[in-house]
Design a protein around this ligand. Structure first.
Ligand SMILES: Cc1cc2nc3c(=O)[nH]c(=O)nc-3n(C[C@H](O)[C@H](O)[C@H](O)COP(=O)(O)OP(=O)(O)OC[C@H]3O[C@@H](n4cnc5c(N)ncnc54)[C@H](O)[C@@H]3O)c2cc1C
Ligand code: SF4
Length: 493
């Protein structure tokens, strides 16, 4: 008899539970090592305990200091699926060498095995997400007719980048699925309150009613609600932001996906079915499918492909420590409406959608030269869906351009004009997105030019940056802008 040891992000039925039972571990060290968001701790503990309750007698849930301690307590070897971080991977391989882990089997958590990605990557000079995504679509027979994409195009990105509708506070779309808390959540909340009082954990962010799915039943309900009520609107406003609408038409599925409660293939199959049934337009469905079996899986494989040192790359030599107000999610210190709302979203829910992450928080951090390694740690611990594997490509690569362009061809930095076009923030802000100097100068607009000036030499060889770098010479007030932003230092804007 060999039990299957399941990590807290391997909780769905597609992870083999076999006939010999399951080991689940609440490792105190994993919970206390870092200042996680309070709601992230809640979600992980709630998910683990719900899974243990579902599996009943066939599961053993051990609460120990370390994973190794749990295996000693169990006193018999276990089988595992490949874990999702370098640290856990090293641990299970060590335990394998000692005989405490009998086998390390490929993970069913992603649609493509690591060995298959390595074969796809082969000797390609460039790993392009678009190529990977098409490969995935064809391989999974998703929205394709023979060799050709359904609708004649692989990408509907152009249709999917609309600003928010004018004059509305919210998108006209039904709200997302909301789980109902139960006794297990109450127990988790009590435990976290007590551990906080006793100084065992030091969570950041606010507690609040649970927003995300943590069981298989809830995850399926959230998927169904999204596909039947919200997917149709997802595409066109995917990149838009409204101050009064924190979810827009996003799926809120990253938490259950990253807890391993949903198989990514069942998620995209369900979306494709909605298109075939005439329940959602192709542009929206394609946009969503691209996120799940394109971006998500690409980011997963790049984590292993780039190796453990990638996380510490810093090609723009950004060394500014995160200021305390940013680190502590002190949104009330901030006047800039877009940044204030994004930081408040992280504080209150541990979640904001992709564009506040990339074009507000990440953009701000890149402009101010925050240390990318510290920022990666910040995103990983402050977000309810943050995991080791998902951070490097998204933060170091895409958002901070700290990898010298291995992941994205140009830095995702922009001035206030982009935020003004894609949101309703600027109208109610004390700053003016068109101004770069003076008391009401937009810190994003000024920060953009200061970023270009600071990194001009480092970005010189990047042909996609040639124009913006040239344009800065046309600013009569560039010196003033740079001095103004230097003077701002690390104070909240
Ligand atoms: C700086 C930065 C940090 C991020 N941190 C995380 C993180 O900690 N955890 C995380 O899961 N995603 C992260 N993302 C990706 C993306 O922002 C979130 O997956 C998404 O906002 C989650 O909300 P949703 O489930 O409503 O997604 P939707 O917009 O509805 O998209 C559907 C799904 O696609 C997947 N997806 C889309 N883009 C990505 C991507 N770039 N990387 C991985 N998955 C993707 C997610 O699983 C998501 O649930 C980050 C992106 C950036 C730019
Ligand atoms: S004016 Fe600048 S700081 Fe204010 S909301 Fe717009 S982009 Fe953000």
């Amino acid at each position: 008899m060999t039990r299957r040891w399941l990590f807290a992000d391997q909780l769905g039925p597609h992870f083999d539970v076999g006939r010999d039972g399951v080991l689940l571990v609440e490792s105190r060290r994993a919970l206390t090592r870092r200042p996680f968001h309070r709601q992230k701790l809640h979600l992980v503990l709630s998910a683990l305990r719900h899974r243990a309750a579902e599996l009943g007698d066939s599961a053993v849930l051990l609460r120990t200091d370390t994973y190794t301690g749990a295996l000693h307590e169990l006193g018999e070897p276990v089988r595992v699926h490949e874990p999702t971080s370098y640290a856990a991977d090293r641990l299970v391989r060590r335990l394998h060498a000692t005989g405490m882990v009998e086998s390390v089997d490929p993970t069913p958590g992603y649609s493509l095995a690591r060995s298959e990605f390595a074969a796809w990557a082969g000797n390609r000079r460039q790993l392009r997400m678009e190529d990977f995504y098409r490969f995935q679509r064809q391989r999974l027979d998703l929205l394709v007719e023979g060799e050709r994409p359904v609708g004649g195009r692989w990408s509907f990105d152009e249709d999917n980048r609309e600003p928010p509708p004018k004059g509305v506070e919210r998108l006209d779309v039904p709200p997302p699925y909301r789980p109902r808390e139960d006794d297990i959540d109450a127990e988790v909340r009590d435990d976290l309150d007590r551990w906080t009082r006793e100084g065992l954990v030091s969570p950041v962010g606010a507690d609040g009613p649970r927003v995300f799915a943590v069981t298989r039943r809830e995850a399926l309900a959230a998927l169904e609600r999204f596909v039947t009520h919200r997917l149709g609107v997802f595409g066109p406003h995917e990149d838009a932001m409204l101050r009064g609408d924190w979810t827009m038409a996003h799926s809120l599925l990253s938490v259950p996906l990253n807890l391993g409660l949903l198989d990514p293939v069942e998620v995209v199959d369900r979306a494709a079915q909605a298109y075939r049934d005439g329940d959602a337009p192709l542009a929206s469905v394609e946009g969503f499918v691209r996120q799940v079996i394109g971006w998500r899986e690409y980011v997963w494989h790049l984590y292993w492909h780039f190796g453990p040192t990638y996380r510490r790359r810093n090609s723009l030599q950004a060394r500014t420590p995160l200021p305390p107000w940013f680190d502590r999610l002190d949104a009330d210190e901030v006047d800039a409406a877009c940044l204030q709302d994004a930081l408040a979203g992280v504080r209150d829910r541990g979640w904001v959608h992709h564009i506040p992450r990339l074009m507000v928080l990440g953009n701000w951090a890149a402009q101010r030269g925050y240390d990318p390694d510290d920022l990666t740690e910040w995103f990983q611990t402050r977000f309810v869906d943050g995991y080791d594997w998902v951070m490097p490509a998204n933060v170091v690569g895409m958002s901070q351009h700290a990898d010298g362009g291995a992941m994205a061809t140009k830095p995702y930095v922009s001035g206030g004009a982009y935020i003004n076009r894609m949101s309703d923030y600027c109208g109610g802000c004390r700053y003016d997105p068109k101004k770069r100097v003076g008391d009401d100068a937009c810190p994003f607009t000024a920060g953009y030019w200061a970023f270009l000036d600071r990194n001009a030499e480092r970005l010189e060889g990047n042909h996609r940056m040639a124009r913006p770098l040239q344009q800065r010479h046309r600013l009569a007030d560039l010196e003033q802008v740079v001095a103004q932003e230097r003077h701002r230092g690390d104070s909240p804007p």
